[in-house]
Ligand binder design. Structure first.
Ligand code: UDP
Length: 327
């Protein structure tokens, strides 16, 4: 683990941040979660972590907290992440995902923290020319969410040049699955896997499929689903990277919306009704990533290569925590 010991996990009460905090603690790191609980949950903060209840938008508070803690590394998960919402309220995304994130970066500078791992996204690519997507693909987002993440990646580049912060921008494809303790609970939920499982559990009568007229094999959008524990592994590896760079994190396999529904039917043994509706603005037809660079440079070895295993882990969590987190 070298000198890296104290890690600040901004957004550690959220879906991916909570699993990552748990993973880091399991490896012996001292973890402090910083979260506003705007979309995260108190119960999603690992009990072994220190917790700071704060909003990155509060610049003075953020910088003071960072100066006091002096973390060796920062992982930044604290962002809004809904494509659909970003196309209705772009300001919310630019203010939080860029403005508030800059406060965290300035806090890192003030605290002398030199390692920064950022949750970026494949949405920064927009509609790629080539599949699977490699990191050198042009970044031309087609939604405000992707643009906000791309702008933050650009800010990181300048903080690295000017302040010497070493960063990894991890461009996730579709995060999915759960650990034994932490899973996906957005309110309202808009993501495909948890909604399909909600339908399997009887919580909603049907799953709406956003468009079946895309240029894909069955007409529904194709995504690359990656387990949150595999994302956590990549974050820990990235903490130690000597290079500032961006990496795709995906499985390299694409599944259509209909294939995810079919997988969930098999995994749960339940009926899942489908209702095809219109397209959702901002959705590219196909996003599948090549993660060869992360494997080569970070030594990343994803363990969940099977979509059924990913969906099954989410289903187990859903059954263990019916209705999601209590608090
Ligand atoms: N999707 C859908 N119905 C839903 C939610 C999502 O058809 O109720 C589709 C969505 O249009 C996209 C894919 O499922 O093609 C994955 O969407 P999600 O919101 O889970 O993740 P995103 O790709 O937007 O990050």
């Amino acid at each position: 683990m070298s000198k890296m010991k104290k890690i600040l996990v901004a957004g550690g009460a959220g879906y991916i941040g909570s699993a990552c905090a748990e993973y880091l603690i399991g490896l012996g790191y001292e973890v402090t979660v910083f979260d506003s609980l705007a979309t995260g949950h108190r119960d999603a903060v690992d009990k072994r972590a220190q917790f700071i209840h704060g909003d990155l938008a509060d610049r003075d508070f953020t910088i003071a907290a960072l100066k006091k803690l002096k973390p060796d590394g920062i992982m930044h998960f604290a962002a809004f992440s809904l494509v659909g919402e970003s196309m209705k309220d772009p300001g919310k995304y630019f203010r939080n995902n860029i403005g508030a994130g800059i406060n965290l970066l300035d806090g890192a500078v003030a605290a002398g923290t030199s390692r920064f791992v950022f949750s970026s996204t494949c949405a920064t690519y927009g509609e790629p020319d080539k599949i699977p997507i490699v990191e050198t693909e042009k970044q031309r987002p087609i939604n405000a969410y992707g643009e906000s993440k791309l702008m933050f990646e650009k800010a990181l580049h300048w903080y690295s040049l000017i302040h010497g912060i070493k960063y990894s921008a991890l461009r996730y494809f579709n995060a999915a699955g759960a650990t034994e303790n932490f899973g996906e609970d957005h309110r309202p939920e808009t993501h495909l896997v948890p909604l399909v499982l909600k339908c399997a559990g009887g919580g909603i009568p049907s799953i709406k499929v956003f468009g079946d007229d895309y240029p894909t094999k069955d007409g529904t959008c194709i995504r690359d689903y990656i387990h949150i524990l595999d994302l956590a592994q990549a974050h820990e590896l990235a903490l130690h990277s000597e290079e500032s760079s961006a990496y795709n994190l995906g499985s390299g396999n694409g599944y259509s919306v209909m294939e995810i529904i079919e997988t969930a039917r098999k995994v749960t043994g339940r009926k899942i009704n489908v209702e095809v509706v219109g397209r959702r603005p901002g959705d590219p037809p196909m996003l599948v990533g090549s993660s060869a660079l992360a494997k080569k440079k970070l030594g990343w070895k994803p363990r969940f290569e099977n979509i059924a295993a990913i969906v099954e882990s989410a289903w187990k969590w859903t059954q263990k925590f019916p209705g999601g987190y209590k608090d």
